[in-house]
Design a protein around this ligand. Structure first.
Ligand code: GLY
Length: 427
C-alpha cells in the first residue's frame, strides 16, 4: 500500500499521523512537501502542494494507491481531475466542485439558488462600490464583512463596525488587488462553528463539531489568522441545530451540486455562525479545517484510509467513522509578527521541548536544519494537541505543555492564545 498526503501544514501532519497508525511495515507513506514533523513518520517529497502536474506524475510513477489532499489550492486548481485522468484514487472534490470554496461569489449565487441561509451579501467590483455597499451594511446591520472572491489563505476576510474600520477592511482585502471583486456581507452576531464531514456526494459521515479561533489575540481580538486553535466538541452545535443544518444546509448543498453535474466528493467544511439558534453559512471550504483537522484526527479511532476508499466508491453509507467520546484541543504556536508578513523576519528560531509523549505535537511551519535542530519556518508553527475526559482536562494538558517556564515547547517570540476552548466552558 502506498499513500500520499498533499500539503505541509498541521492538518497534513495530523492526516499523515493518523494514516501512519493504519499502515503496515512494507507500506509507504509520502507527504508533499511535508514539514519537519511529517519527515519523522513519512518520506517528504520536495513538490509544492500547488504543483498539480508534478504531483500527478509522481503518484503515477510511484503507483500511489490513495492520495489525501489537505489544502484548498490544489483542489481549486484541479488536482483531483488530474489524478483521475491518470486513473489514480484521490480524496477530494473536482475542480468544478471545489469552486464552492474557490469563488465566494459562486457560492453566494449557489446559496441564493438553493435557499440556503447565509448573511445578506452584495458583490462590489471596486473599492468605491465596496465602500457604498459597506455603508449600507453598517446602516442596516451595524457592521459587515469584506471577503475576497478567490482564495486568500485566511487573509481575505475583514470585519468592520464603523466607517473607519470599513476603510481599513477594504484596504486589507482589496489593497493588493483593487480590480478583483469582493463580497460585502451583513455582519451576523453569534458563535462561529466548523461543520465538517466526509461525503461521497450523497451520503454524509459527520466529524465531531469543532470551533476554530480565527483572531490572533484572546477574546477574539486583532486581525484574522488561518486559525489559532480548535477544540472538539463544540457545544454550540446542539443535536437540534445539527438536524437543522443537515436538513436546510447539507442536503440542499449536496443535491444542488449533484444536480448541476458537480457531485461533491471528499471532505466538506461549512463555516457557520449560529445566531439565536439559527445557522448561517459564512463559507464553504472544500477540505478539512486547519487547525480543526488536528483535534479531529486525534479523536478518530477507525480507519481514515477506509473512508477514502468509501468516498471513491460512492458507498460511504457502508461505514461509520468511530470517534472517541473524549474531548480534544489544539493550541497553535505561531511566529512573532504573525499574521502579518512581519513574521518572516522572525524565522529560524530553534524550537525546544518537542520531544514529549504527554501531548501530540503536530508540526506546521517547521524545518529541520542539517545539524538536526528544528526551527520555525512559517507563520503557524506547531499545533499542541491533547485529549481529555472533558474539555477542561484537555485544555489544562495542552497549556501545561507550552512555555519555557513549564519546561514545555517554546521558541523565541512564540505567540499563542491562552483561551482556546474557553467558549465550550463559558459560551
Ligand atoms: N480553520 C479555518 C480554515 O481551515 O479555513
Amino acid at each position: 500500500m502506498k499513500v500520499l498526503v498533499v500539503g505541509g501544514g498541521g492538518r497534513e501532519h495530523a492526516i499523515a499521523w493518523k494514516l501512519k497508525q493504519e499502515l503496515y511495515g512494507g507500506d509507504e507513506l509520502y507527504v508533499a512537501p511535508g514539514n519537519a514533523g511529517t519527515e519523522m513518520i513519512a518520506q517528504n517529497v520536495p513538490i509544492q502542494a500547488n504543483n498539480v502536474n508534478a504531483l500527478a506524475e509522481f503518484a503515477k510513477e510511484k503507483n500511489i494507491d490513495m492520495t489525501f489532499v489537505g489544502p484548498e489550492e490544489p483542489l481549486v486548481l484541479g488536482i483531483v481531475d488530474s489524478f483521475q485522468e491518470h486513473g489514480l484514487s484521490i480524496v477530494g472534490p473536482t475542480k468544478a466542485a471545489a469552486k464552492l470554496e474557490g469563488s465566494k461569489i459562486f457560492s453566494e449565487e449557489f446559496m441564493i439558488r438553493h435557499g440556503i441561509r447565509h448573511p445578506y451579501s452584495m458583490v462590489a467590483k471596486n473599492p468605491r462600490e465596496a465602500m457604498d455597499h459597506g455603508r449600507y451594511m453598517l446602516l442596516y446591520y451595524g457592521g459587515g464583512v469584506i471577503k475576497a472572491d478567490g482564495l486568500a489563505a485566511g487573509k481575505g476576510v475583514a470585519i468592520y463596525h464603523n466607517e473607519r474600520e470599513l476603510r481599513t477592511a477594504i484596504k486589507t482585502v482589496m489593497g493588493k488587488r483593487p480590480k478583483e471583486p469582493v463580497l460585502v456581507q451583513q455582519f451576523v452576531k453569534g458563535q462561529e462553528a466548523s461543520f465538517i464531514f466526509f461525503t461521497d456526494g450523497e451520503n454524509v459521515q459527520l466529524w465531531p463539531h469543532t470551533q476554530d479561533h480565527k483572531q490572533i489575540f484572546d477574546n477574539d481580538q486583532g486581525p484574522n489568522t488561518g486559525g489559532m486553535g480548535a477544540y472538539a466538541r463544540a457545544p454550540v452545535i446542539t443535536p437540534e441545530i445539527e438536524q437543522k443544518i443537515m436538513k436546510t444546509i447539507v442536503k440542499p448543498t449536496l443535491s444542488g451540486m449533484a444536480d448541476a453535474g458537480k457531485r461533491y466528493r471528499g471532505i466538506m467544511y461549512i463555516g457557520l455562525i449560529i445566531s439565536n439558534n439559527v445557522p448561517y453559512v459564512i463559507e464553504y471550504n472544500c477540505r478539512g479545517g486547519d487547525p480543526e483537522t488536528q483535534p479531529a484526527m486525534a479523536l478518530l479511532q477507525s480507519s481514515l484510509l477506509d473512508m477514502g476508499y468509501a468516498i471513491n466508491e460512492d458507498n460511504l453509507n457502508r461505514i461509520k467513522p468511530d470517534w472517541s467520546p473524549r474531548s480534544a484541543v489544539t493550541v497553535v504556536l505561531a511566529s512573532q509578527g504573525y499574521p502579518s508578513d512581519e513574521y518572516k523576519k522572525h524565522l529560524g528560531k530553534e524550537i525546544f521541548g518537542l520531544d514529549r509523549d504527554d501531548v501530540i505535537v503536530f508540526h506546521a511551519g517547521t524545518s529541520r536544519l542539517p545539524d538536526g535542530k528544528i526551527v520555525n519556518s512559517g507563520g503557524r508553527v506547531i499545533g499542541v494537541t491533547t485529549l481529555g475526559n472533558n474539555i477542561q482536562e484537555a485544555i489544562n494538558r495542552a497549556y501545561a505543555a507550552i512555555g519555557k517556564d513549564n519546561d514545555g515547547i517554546y521558541f523565541d517570540g512564540m505567540l499563542y492564545r491562552t483561551d482556546i476552548g474557553a467558549k465550550a466552558l463559558f459560551g
